[in-house]
Ligand binder design. Structure first.
Ligand code: G1P
Ligand code: ZN
Length: 583
């Protein structure tokens, strides 16, 4: 057996290692500085209780972006030196973020071992490559991201760190080959277990969905499908699940080979960046693409986000979670005995609220970010949740889950077409959405992002809105002067959340204007932006008059958009006459 020695290396702190909502994300050139990654990893080990390091089992993998392979070898050597018993690595260092969550929660090693946490190496939907982003975050024993108490400790440690431990003479482990490598240290044995990346996740999916039932949908000549992984890690799960398990045609997968630089693209599944899929689905400018598939979907780099499309039809993420919740009990075996509750992030449209009300379900509105859902799920209060930012998921893990969302939609499409698979025409994605609107009403929805705004100006705009919302008569007078055809604001506040599980309070989570007719305007500052400030404006118009649910979304939203921009004095404060991105 190869023996290794532990070296203690002197280092000095970096002042920019504060983990954001989704870990530490920086340019590769920043991570490449001597000791930069090492400092953060050692600071994480120091932040965990001793039993989660000494003798523990840790998962280390990610979306395969540039720098991952180097990072994995460094983390393995540091884990060995810090007394970790074994490290589990997905083959080629690949595991989607939801798969890491599943592996931490479900996988049992050959010797009965269980993981107590793991490092996920990803910068999610940010581009990858030598000049782009890398990221690292730590997930806990429940499979969810480390809570603030831990990330605050990590940050504090990064500011005082003086040394780290590493087994420099441990040979690099060949992570392209499945198998166990054993080493000996002065504290005892150390193993690196490289395992097949999809097996555990596929097993979990099979325990949630009826694969045989979904397979029948793929057998129908009427059903056509397209999945775009944008060269992220989702591709390996798509290959295994959609093609090998469910029988989708190989040609229905596009960009499903993971690449270190995501093929030079922006691995974010939305109408702007998932260009090839958007074109195939008949939603692009080019009309010569032929007959689009019935159903299309995309994932981001680490496969936790999803976009759902029908033939020439876009499903908003807010509608998607509402529709999944409305149909889950009938269509998905995992939910057959009912939903414990549902939850959405505050800026996500109220489409889910209406479903919760109709179905008499527990309902929670939480601040932006997945960690708030995790607490509800650990307490057994929530089964399905989602965010407007293309995140959907359930309590099977503690991360959002892009492939899960696609399987949920496949289940619903299969259920709606039961007995109709050889019929004239399938019930389409668009039919399902329109039927949903007919029952629950429609939430026209859009989001305006103002990126890289001067941080001071963004603060002033928010302060102005906080002050303004304290007097409803004033707000309504201003609105009346802008447009007399929108309804009245009946409530406005700065969103604050008291976690029903641990009682913690999160303040300043955005400003809400709630209208009498169920419409809403929300303003908040992004917590993930890297340069200057990003202002997000969320605009939502509720319509439950069935004669008005089929309008063009832009037309339907135009009056509220005008009100939002004038009420907030957006241009005055930011100097911007238009948003950077509209979704
Ligand atoms: C954004 C999204 C939010 C998501 C987060 C991490 O955060 O809006 O829903 O949870 O990315 O993927 P924001 O930049 O708005 O703070
Ligand atoms: Zn992601």
């Amino acid at each position: 057996m190869v023996m290794f020695k532990v070296s203690c290396k002197q280092t000095s702190p970096f002042d920019d290692q504060k983990p954001g909502t989704s870990g530490l994300r920086k340019k590769v050139s920043v991570f490449n500085q001597p000791n930069y990654l090492e400092n953060f990893v050692q600071s994480t080990f120091y932040a965990l209780s001793a039993d989660k390091v000494k003798g523990a089992t840790l998962v280390v993998s990610g979306d395969g972006r540039y720098f991952s392979k180097d990072a994995i070898q460094i983390i393995i050597k540091m884990a060995a030196a810090n007394g970790v018993r074994r490290v589990w690595v997905g083959q080629n260092g690949l595991l989607s973020t939801p798969a890491v969550s599943a592996v931490i929660r479900e996988r049992v090693g050959a010797d009965g071992s269980k993981a107590t946490g793991g490092f996920i190496l990803t910068a999610s939907h940010n581009p990858g490559g030598p000049h782009e982003d890398f990221g690292i975050k730590y997930n806990m024993e429940n499979g969810g991201p480390a809570p603030e108490a831990i990330t605050d400790k990590i940050y504090a440690n990064t500011k005082t760190i003086k040394e780290y431990f590493i087994a420099e003479d441990l040979p690099d482990v060949d992570i392209s080959i499945v198998g166990l490598s054993s080493f000996g240290g002065h504290e005892g044995p150390f193993d690196v277990d490289v395992f097949e990346s999809t097996t555990d996740y596929v097993k979990l999916m099979k325990s949630i969905f009826d694969f045989e039932f979904i397979k029948k949908l793929f057998e129908s000549p009427k059903f056509t499908f397209c999945y775009d992984a944008l060269h992220g890690v989702g591709g390996i799960y798509a290959q295994r699940i959609f093609v090998e398990e469910l029988g989708a045609h190989q040609s229905s997968l596009i960009n499903c080979v993971p690449k270190e630089d995501f093929g030079g693209g922006h691995p974010d599944p939305n109408l702007t960046y998932a260009k090839e899929l958007v074109a195939r689905m008949g939603l692009g400018k080019d009309n010569s693409v032929g007959e689009p598939p019935e159903f299309g979907a995309a994932a981001d780099g680490d496969a936790d986000r999803n976009m759902i499309l029908g033939k020439r039809f876009f499903v908003t993420p807010s509608d998607s979670v509402a529709i999944i919740a409305a149909n889950a009990v009938q269509s998905i075996p995992y939910f057959a005995s009912g939903l414990k509750g549902v939850a959405r992030s505050m800026p996500t449209s109220a489409a889910l609220d209406v479903v919760a009300k109709h179905l008499n379900l527990k309902f929670f509105e939480v601040p932006t970010g997945w960690k708030f859902f995790g607490n509800l799920m650990d307490a057994g209060l929530c089964s399905i949740c989602g965010e407007e930012s293309f995140g959907t998921g359930s309590d099977h893990i503690r991360e959002k889950d892009g492939i899960w969302a696609v399987l949920a939609w496949l289940s619903i499409i299969a259920f709606k077409n039961k007995g109709n698979l050889n019929g004239e025409k399938l019930v389409s994605v668009e039919d399902i959405v329109r039927q949903h609107w007919a029952v629950y009403g429609r939430h026209y929805y859009t989001r305006f992002d103002y990126e890289n705004v001067d941080a001071g100006a963004a603060k002033e705009l928010m302060a102005y809105l906080v002050k303004l919302q304290s007097s409803l008569p004033d707000v309504n007078k201003i609105i009346e002067g802008i447009r007399s055809d929108v309804s009245k604001v009946v409530e406005a506040d700065e969103f604050e959340y008291k976690d029903p599980v641990d009682g913690s309070i999160s303040k300043h989570q955005g400003i809400r204007y709630l209208f009498e007719d169920g419409s809403r305007l929300v303003f908040r500052l992004s917590g993930t932006g890297s340069v200057g400030a990003t202002i997000r404006l969320y605009i939502e118009q509720y319509e439950n008059d069935s004669s008005k649910i089929g309008r063009d979304s832009q037309d339907a939203l135009a009056p509220l958009v005008e009100v939002a921009l004038k009420l907030s004095k957006m241009q005055e404060f930011t100097g911007r006459s238009a948003p950077t991105v509209i979704t």
